[in-house]
Design a protein around this ligand. Structure first.
Ligand code: AMP
Length: 277
């Protein structure tokens, strides 16, 4: 496994592979990340993983400096998965002095995570675009856990004619349903015990949908009522949206819906979602 910190070294190393899959991450790896690595290996043969806590997708008020990091442990996990290349650039390698071009998807900033985090998707789209240009992967792998990110990346790749196939893999969960996330390590034991209500609430709404409920307001209310049973979990938004446009629905139609929510447990912000189709 080659661990590389410069763009030039990645380009040289990448040239030795015909097909390669890329898994972009911010590190502090868990089974969710590793499921993407395994899928990339199955489908592409060779795998590159980037580990980069991308400063441009954090607002000044967010957790960039305290975001969890453990490069040694991450590298051990990736070595065990048979990863070929790991790219761990310093911020200055990705954003040298004079850097001034961003990829902006204005519609993404109107809804859900974009509305809650105004510069977030500009940072995500910019760094993913750069990583796709640097590694030039055949396929790049993203988790359904970050549903709006998958919509943003797919649109960017389509709009900018980037010749990489985007693959979205299912959310990996803890046995009690909590979606795996590097941010789960911030939770106190009381918050950790309360957090599974998020998945329980999403699942209950999915169950009502399977039983025939199509009224989005009633489904949102059902989720809100269940979340209210855990006072430590404070919802920021509860959404039932069109899975492609991410615009809020009154009634769920033939295209199904993305049910998603963000909630705060103390200062920790968690997101999760389920696709209804
Ligand atoms: P992150 O390191 O949080 O930026 O995540 C890197 C990639 O892993 C993104 O495509 C995420 O959507 C994906 N990912 C994060 N958590 C999970 C999970 N629990 N299941 C599946 N994919 C995940």
């Amino acid at each position: 496994m080659q661990v590389l910190t410069t763009i030039d070294a990645v380009r040289t190393a990448r040239a030795k592979f015909d097909q390669i899959g890329l898994v972009p991450t911010m590190g502090y790896l868990h089974e969710g990340h590793l499921s993407l690595v395994r899928r990339a290996r199955e489908e592409c043969g060779a795998v590159a993983v980037s580990i980069f806590v991308n400063p441009t997708q954090f607002s000044p008020r967010e957790d960039f400096s305290r975001y969890p990091r453990d490069l040694e442990r991450d590298l051990r996990l990736l070595e065990a998965e048979g990863v070929d290349l790991v790219f761990t650039p310093a911020p200055g390698e990705m954003y040298p002095e004079g850097f001034g071009t961003y990829v902006v998807l204005p519609a993404a900033d109107e809804v859900l995570e974009g509305a809650a985090r105004p510069t977030h998707f500009r940072g995500v789209a910019t760094v993913v675009c750069k990583l796709l240009n640097i590694v030039q992967p055949t396929r790049a792998y993203f988790g359904q856990k970050d549903a709006q990110q998958t919509v943003v990346v797919r649109q960017m790749v389509r709009d900018l004619n980037i010749p990489t196939t985007i693959v979205v893999a299912s959310t990996v969960r803890e046995p009690d349903g909590l979606a795996m996330s590097s941010r789960n390590t911030y939770l106190t034991s009381e918050q950790r015990a309360a957090a599974p209500v998020i998945y329980r609430a999403l699942s209950a709404a999915a169950h009502s949908y399977q039983a025939g409920e199509r009224d989005a307001t009633r489904l949102r209310q059902q989720i809100a009522d269940l979340l209210a049973s855990e006072p430590l979990v404070k919802p920021e938004y509860i959404s039932l949206a069109d899975p492609m446009t991410l615009l809020e629905l009154d009634t769920i139609g033939a295209r199904g819906a993305l049910i998603s929510l963000a909630a705060r447990l103390g200062s920790v912000r968690l997101i999760d979602n389920l696709l209804l189709d």
